[in-house]
Design a protein around this ligand. Structure first.
Ligand SMILES: Cc1cc2nc3c(=O)[nH]c(=O)nc-3n(C[C@H](O)[C@H](O)[C@H](O)COP(=O)(O)O)c2cc1C
Length: 347
């Protein structure tokens, strides 16, 4: 029998609030951990100093375990040719909005886990450190292990789950293709390898010995119970938390999640360079959802940022990443603590 997440971490509920970079900060993590689940602090868009401040804030407001999440991608070399090609694709839209491409500032990129982040973590030693896009290089990972934080990472295929288990992770997040936000895929960039949660979860559960956390398209208490019945040690939900008051997404994003538009999502690389699931909008229909010219992750972020800013100033989400999983029916305008307890109601 696989160890349940509640036993592994000494928490009350096997509910993980998914880390969501750009969509929440410490307030949501604190609320969920205090409610008995595992709150998560996403750090991909933070500086080391920002990380320190958020961790201090969490530690003063909860004594419960929480998760600190990082991306583990290799930072790509800048590719001037590809940047030029991508700017050419975007030029008609720059013209329409009167944007001077030469003046485009570098947008909020996403930084991989680094020695600088490890220095900050060492002071705080959180109960859980989780990664997306594989794992950081072994010397950095060894530092995290040395202070006995539990290590989690996402797998989108059985091969990725076996790879993570062989490197000693304490739990694997089985991320089905329904999931909102970035695909955690790291051994292959072939999107045909990506399968749904109901198919992925039991295959990973059978293949590994470590606890498996189900993620992707799970939106209510019955969905949580179903994942547990399939052998999950816990369940990680992201999209369902996006309408909570603690979420920091825009009014445009909130309105899209509440609308019928949320029924139609797709994987797109237009906003960052890596496939991520969001509500289909104007730019995804015009240029994608997948466009080969988009620069490598996370370099695609900056070129689209001014278009997003201009459209949002007009109240439009035409160029915004409206991250959402395939099932937004669990989004409720409830405090994250209450939502967490409701999600565990059928257990
Ligand atoms: C807005 C948003 C941002 C996300 N950002 C991250 C992130 O920073 N790190 C991470 O590991 N996963 C991230 N994810 C993926 C989640 O961890 C999780 O796999 C996903 O939310 C589960 O599917 P669901 O959205 O259908 O519940 C994000 C998901 C969303 C919706």
């Amino acid at each position: 029998m696989m160890m349940k997440l509640t036993e592994l971490l000494g928490i009350e509920l096997p509910i993980v609030q998914a880390p969501m970079a750009g969509a929440q900060g410490s307030a949501m993590a604190i609320a969920v951990s205090n409610a008995g689940g595992l709150g998560s602090m996403p750090c991909a868009m933070l500086t080391a100093n920002g990380l320190h401040n958020e961790l201090e804030s969490i530690e003063t407001q909860t004594s419960k375990p929480f998760n600190v999440n990082f991306f583990a991608h290799a930072a790509p070399a800048a590719d001037a040719k590809r940047e030029t090609a991508w700017h050419a694709v975007l030029t008609p839209y720059y013209k329409k909005f009167g944007i001077d491409p030469a003046g485009i500032p570098t947008g909020p990129g996403r930084a991989p886990f680094s020695a600088e982040f490890a220095d900050v973590l060492e002071v705080h030693q959180p109960a859980v450190v989780s990664f997306h896009f594989g794992l950081p290089p072994e010397p950095l990972l060894a530092r995290v292990r040395s202070w006995r934080s539990k290590l989690f990472s996402s797998a989108t295929t059985v091969e990725e789950a076996l790879w993570l288990e062989a490197r000693g992770v304490d739990a694997i997040i089985a991320q089905g293709v329904e999931a909102g936000g970035h695909r955690g895929m790291f051994l292959s960039d072939d999107l045909t390898t990506q399968i749904g949660t109901l198919a992925l979860l039991p295959q990973i559960v059978r293949a590994v010995k470590v606890p498996v956390i189900a993620a992707g398209g799970i939106a209510d208490a019955r969905g949580v119970a179903a994942a547990m019945a399939l052998g999950a040690a816990g369940v990680q939900l992201g999209t369902s938390y996006l309408l909570c008051p603690e979420a920091t997404i825009s009014a445009i994003h909130r309105a899209a999640l509440k609308s019928e538009a949320a029924r139609h999502t797709a994987l797109t690389n237009l906003f960052t360079g890596r496939p991520a699931r969001g509500i289909v909008n104007y730019v995804m229909q015009e240029l994608g959802p997948i466009n080969e010219a988009a620069p490598a992750f996370p370099l695609a972020t900056s070129a689209i940022a001014p278009l997003r800013a201009k459209a949002e100033a007009d109240g439009l989400g035409d160029f915004s990443p409206l991250w959402s999983g395939q099932n937004a029916t669990g989004c409720k305008e409830l405090p994250a603590a209450q939502l967490t307890r409701e999600l565990a109601a059928c257990l």
